[in-house]
Design a protein around this ligand. Structure first.
Ligand SMILES: Nc1ncnc2c1ncn2[C@@H]1O[C@H](COP(=O)(O)OP(=O)(O)O)[C@@H](O)[C@H]1O
Ligand SMILES: [Mg+2]
Length: 328
């Protein structure tokens, strides 16, 4: 069931609480798809990266081979934030008059320390990786940060899109105002190539180009996220109180951002026949499974067992994938 769902998509997001098995599930799916012949890019956006640990190799901010046809990336949040602020700085320097350059730089230094900058930067990097990933790979799998963070991130493209629109609107209005003013002083503008008016126009075009480029990038991300035929969002959880309640909440938050959840993976299910302690846990988990099913209706739910050993490394991940994808 999950394999059919993933095989038909180009982008997959894995979300959920910390420790429930997002990275394990994302890695197992990525490996399965690469073994089926697709070129797969596995991207970790969780600042608490653990792709490297799982695959037993150092994974960096550029594609690192993990298996045949499978590359991994761990987004470096600080590097992403630096690149983002550099781009924002460029826009602001173009927008603001020369004598405010010092102010702009002060603002940028302050922004660098704000959590919002890190989120916006992460979003911009995700947008880029969806673009380049869909160009260079058949499937891009995102192993995301714990729930709340991801839900906010998914609602950001819309908010940032609106913000950019407002900025462009302001520019258009002040452009018209500027033109009217210049009209009043007709004749002041020289005819040679480097007239102040030409300089102004070139500058305005650069600003528009920068703003439109960012708006389009976010717009493409928003379209891709909302397109259930291209993208699937899967939530991983454990059959315990907090993960179940958070999953129900996360699903609602994602729906508000126009992102539909395609399936749930309930990981680390305790066996009913593994002794008294595990049997008691199994019963408790059954209660939470009923609650979950009541809440999510027809949404597909896949259950994977608690394993004796942590599924680390390609072969163990392939074994976990067999549970996950219904081969055993
Ligand atoms: N089904 C399972 N059985 C046993 N251990 C598991 C299982 N799934 C995941 N783990 C282990 O649980 C820990 C958390 O899993 P991980 O995938 O890193 O979670 P997340 O990315 O959501 O924080 C890891 O040590 C992982 O090896
Ligand atoms: Mg993880």
């Amino acid at each position: 069931m999950l394999r059919e769902l993933v095989s038909a998509r180009r982008v997959l997001f894995l979300g959920g609480k910390g420790g429930v098995g997002k990275t394990t599930t994302a890695s197992a799916i990525a490996l399965d798809q690469s073994r089926a012949g697709r070129r797969v890019l596995l991207v970790s956006t969780d600042p608490a990266h653990n792709l490297g640990h799982l695959w037993g190799t150092a994974v960096g901010p550029t594609p690192t081979p993990l298996a045949e046809r499978l590359d991994g990336i761990e987004i470096d949040p600080d590097a992403a934030a630096a690149a983002h602020l550099e781009a924002v700085g460029q826009t602001l320097h173009e927008l603001m008059p020369e004598h405010l350059r010092g102010e702009v730089d002060r603002y940028l230094r302050l922004s660098a320390a704000s959590p919002g900058a890190h989120e916006a930067a992460m979003l911009e990097r995700i947008a880029e990786l969806v673009d380049t990933g869909m160009r260079d790979y058949d499937l891009v799998v995102f192993d995301t940060a714990p729930s709340g963070h991801t839900a906010r991130l998914m609602s950001l493209p819309e908010a940032m899109g609106q913000w950019t629109e407002a900025l462009l609107d302001n520019r258009r209005r002040s452009d018209r105002f500027g033109e009217a003013l210049r009209g009043l002083g007709a004749g002041v503008v020289g005819a040679d190539d480097d007239s102040p008016r030409d300089q102004r126009e070139r500058r305005d075009q650069r600003i528009r180009h920068i703003l439109f480029e960012r708006r389009d990038k976010l717009e493409r991300l928003r379209t891709t996220l909302a397109d259930g035929g291209t993208t699937a969002f899967v939530i991983a959880l454990a059959a315990e109180r907090l993960p179940v309640l958070e999953t129900i909440e996360l699903r609602g938050q994602l729906a508000d951002s126009g992102v539909g959840v395609a399936a749930l993976v309930v990981n680390k299910r305790s066996p009913a026949d593994g002794g008294e302690l595990l049997a008691a846990r199994h019963e408790m988990e059954e209660g939470w499974m009923r609650r979950l099913r009541d809440e999510v209706g027809a949404l597909p739910i896949v259950e994977t067992p608690l394993l004796a050993a942590e599924p680390v490394g390609a072969e163990a991940l392939a074994g976990f994938a067999a549970h996950l994808l219904g081969d055993r």
